[in-house]
Design a protein around this ligand. Sequence first.
Ligand code: MRU
Length: 348
Amino acid sequence: MENLIVTPIIYKDGAVSILDQTKLPNEIVYIDLETVEDVYNGIKQLKVRGAPAIGIAGAYGLFIVARNSKVNTIEQLLTEIKLQGDYLISSRPTAVNLEWGIKRIINKLSKISFQSLNEIVNFTLKEAQLIQKEDEETCFKIGELGATLLSNADNVLTHCNAGSIATAKYGTALSPIYYLKDKGKNIHVYADETRPLLQGARLTVWELMKAGVEVTLITDNMAGFVMAKKNIDAVIVGADRITANGDVANKIGTYSIAILAKEHKIPFYVAAPLSTFDLSIDNGNLINIEERDKNEVIFIGGKQIAPKEVDVYNPAFDVTPSKYITAIITEKGIITPPFSQNIKKHFD
Ligand code: MRU
């Protein structure tokens, strides 16, 4: 099982490479990130995607900035890292993990007195590797804890891709499924295709099939009927930002699925690391929701499916109010309502 799980970001012999997720499932290509612009574009164009994975990519981005820098003093290098960190954060606004990963390194850098430029390069690399390693451990733990909620489930439904390629390894929403598979229990997954960019069809289906998990692809508008007819035991999704009251920003379409789950009395689980929580924001109305290019809706796989001139609204995420959420699975425990109180306890 272990070796069937794909890792999306690899550091080896000085080079950072990412699995180009825009090419999946047709081509499995890893590309090198050589400059900060490569990292920015890789994140913006969704070559690397998923909240924890872009946090890791952003962290390696700071290493790339430090390594490529031409400045002469420690002060200049720290200023450059800070500026380029802000540039990387601006690539995608909704998933808090990007900002979290970058700010974690910048805060640590500001507290250490370095003796040479090289020390800073080595420090940024070590920190990026640490964030990646911790995320792998975190996702494994989410799998272990999430498995306690899914141990009697036969069919679950998921939306978008919160799998191994959206994290360091294992995923968040898919981690309990991999964990249980490893223990000999097979859960059948219904995967929403996830328009407009088809993360469900292209990525979730691909990685589950690769790992030998039974999966059925449905289009997004089939979810209600599937819940009514197919004995769905649970819905499980990931998250991009969770506010202090437990509202969850996740891939566009998640909100509709949560309402459908409530109507069908199906538990709706969110699986996310503590790094996805943003306690500086009270509720989901205050989350900055990324809006993306209209052509992502007008074209599918390069084929035009609507008049080019049409007006398009293309929010990449939506917000699911916490009242629709049964539980949030984190690496430090399963959080249940009342969310405002219980989330706070995990950060005390
Ligand atoms: O636009 P994407 O593909 O980056 O959106 C990804 C999601 O919405 C995931 O569900 C979320 O980031 C959690 S990934 C573990």
